[in-house]
Design a protein. Structure first.
Length: 169
């Protein structure tokens, strides 16, 4: 006796969620670093350099660190809203506009800074007088590409959201 199973009448594509989760995780890792500094932690602050490091060492960088923490946590929540059921309370158009705008800002900001830093490294542009090379290389290797990668992951997640929430699919 052969048992026949019914085939679904409509095919459903699996939703692509990896990029949204990766963007949320990436933002979360850096939110944790900002939170640590907002709470007064000093380990690694020398990798940031400049005025931010000076403010932190004087105990005056809290507001800036808290602001960075809040923005990065908002990035976590936004990325998750793209793939979680509770995220559907937000209008699709608003999610797409905010997602694409954030993608452009993150990639543009990070890309501009990394591009400028690469010009300094290659000698095409003279470094500023008194440059903190230790912080400079941390920015080039970690802090500034962070924005580019976050923007790329978010852009992929927004595109997946755009396709997955299209009417009639």
């Amino acid at each position: 006796m052969t048992v026949m199973t019914e085939r679904p009448t409509t095919t459903t594509r699996p939703r692509r969620t990896w990029a949204a989760y990766a963007a949320a995780l990436w933002a979360g890792v850096f939110a944790a670093v900002s939170l640590y500094w907002a709470l007064g932690g000093m380990v690694g602050i020398d990798t940031v350099g400049g005025e931010i490091e000076e403010l932190a060492r004087k105990g005056e960088g809290g507001l800036l660190a808290w602001g960075a923490t809040v923005l990065k946590v908002a990035g976590v929540v936004f990325a998750l809203a793209l793939v979680q059921r509770w995220g559907r309370v937000f209008p699709r158009g608003l999610m797409l506009f905010a997602g694409w705008a954030a993608t452009v800002v993150l990639i543009g900001y990070g890309g501009l800074i990394v591009g400028t830093e690469l010009l300094v490294v290659t000698g095409a542009v003279a470094p500023p007088a008194g440059i903190d090379w230790y912080a400079f290389y941390w920015h080039l290797a970690v802090w500034d590409p962070y924005f580019v990668l976050w923007g790329v992951l978010l852009g992929i997640a927004v595109r997946h959201y755009q396709v997955d929430t299209r009417r009639g699919t």
